[in-house]
Ligand binder design. Structure first.
Ligand SMILES: *[C@@H]1O[C@H](CO)[C@@H](O)[C@H](O)[C@H]1NC(C)=O
Ligand SMILES: *[C@@H]1O[C@H](CO)[C@@H](O)[C@H](O)[C@H]1NC(C)=O
Length: 279
């Protein structure tokens, strides 16, 4: 199956191999703050999904015809199994594209913030779209890692840690609105959820401490604060106005997007056969 956009894979590999080389304008806009949920990328991706669906439908028809014509084809030649991509590098920190940016930390007019609503769910969903990826088995072997593998054994499923931390943050956000997201869950299911979120807080703590951001968060004297009863008194309040040295998200997300694997496609993996039926 052909590539569905022309600026993810090769482009980012070029970025990876040529340190800090800026990508084509068409691929990501340097002037815009990186907010994956906002207009540009959303507008950009919709037609792509449409074409992906079209390509999938045509491929399925084509494959169906091929299989009928050449019924002796070995089963592993089924093109619906993700085809091993040409060798590519794993994301190396040298391959990231860095920029200085502020943290706007908007809690209004921000799809990620605020009360549960379709726009919020869509923003978080889109952020985590490329959570799971396929990487060549050799990369895992080199790092003494094992995972679960595609049927042909060439690729393993993995997530970049940054996505795992974001997934965890989403779990925390959902726990903040548990009456909305976990309505009707049994006590037992809720206990499992709390355990999961506790794991997640721990993971986020570890992730933040692993890559410490040393930008300085400074203070101002603020009266009339929401937190204090005495509205006339001034209290030290911190405001992050620093510039942070940040990796651009969109190129990284495109790198992951070019390798995305949907875990719902579990049948494309070497799945152990259950010895007993489901409980
Ligand atoms: C993987 O394990 C081998 C053998 O135990 C060791 O020599 C090698 O350094 C390990 N590699 C990594 C990346 O940990
Ligand atoms: C807060 O301080 C400003 C002066 O900096 C003053 O004009 C204002 O009335 C104060 N607000 C309250 C609620 O005390």
């Amino acid at each position: 199956m052909g590539r569905t956009d022309d600026c993810g894979d090769e482009e980012y590999n070029r970025v990876l191999s040529e340190d800090r080389l800026l990508p084509d304008e068409d691929c990501y806009d340097d002037k815009q703050p990186i907010r994956p949920h906002e207009g540009r990328s959303t507008r950009k991706f919709r037609p792509i999904y449409f074409h992906v669906v079209l390509i999938l439908v045509y491929s399925a028809i084509y494959v169906g015809l091929l299989l009928r014509t050449f019924s002796t084809r070995p089963p592993d030649a089924n093109p619906s199994v993700p085809q091993p991509r040409p060798p590519h590098r794993l994301p190396a920190r040298e391959g990231l594209i860095w920029e200085e940016r502020k943290f706007p930390t908007e809690i209004t007019n921000n799809a990620f913030a605020g009360d549960p609503r379709p726009e919020l769910d869509e923003a978080w969903h889109h952020l985590l779209h490329n959570d799971n990826i396929l990487v060549p088995k050799e990369y895992l072997d080199e790092r003494n890692l094992t995972s679960i593998y595609t049927k042909d054994g060439t690729h393993g499923v993995a997530s970049l840690s940054t996505y795992h931390a974001l997934h965890c943050l989403k779990k925390v956000k959902r726990m903040l609105f548990k009456t909305y997201y976990h309505d009707g869950k049994s006590e037992e299911a809720m206990a499992r959820e709390i355990k999961h979120v506790d794991h997640c807080v721990e993971y986020i703590r570890e992730a933040l401490m692993c890559q410490p951001d040393l930008s300085l968060v400074t203070f101002r004297w603020i009266n009339d604060t929401a937190q204090h009863e005495d509205k006339s008194a001034f209290y030290p309040t911190n405001f992050d106005v620093s510039l942070h040295t940040c990796a651009k998200w969109e190129p990284l997300d495109q790198w992951a997007g070019a390798r995305r694997f949907d875990l719902f496609d579990v049948d494309l993996l070497q799945r152990p056969v259950a010895s007993v039926g489901p409980a």
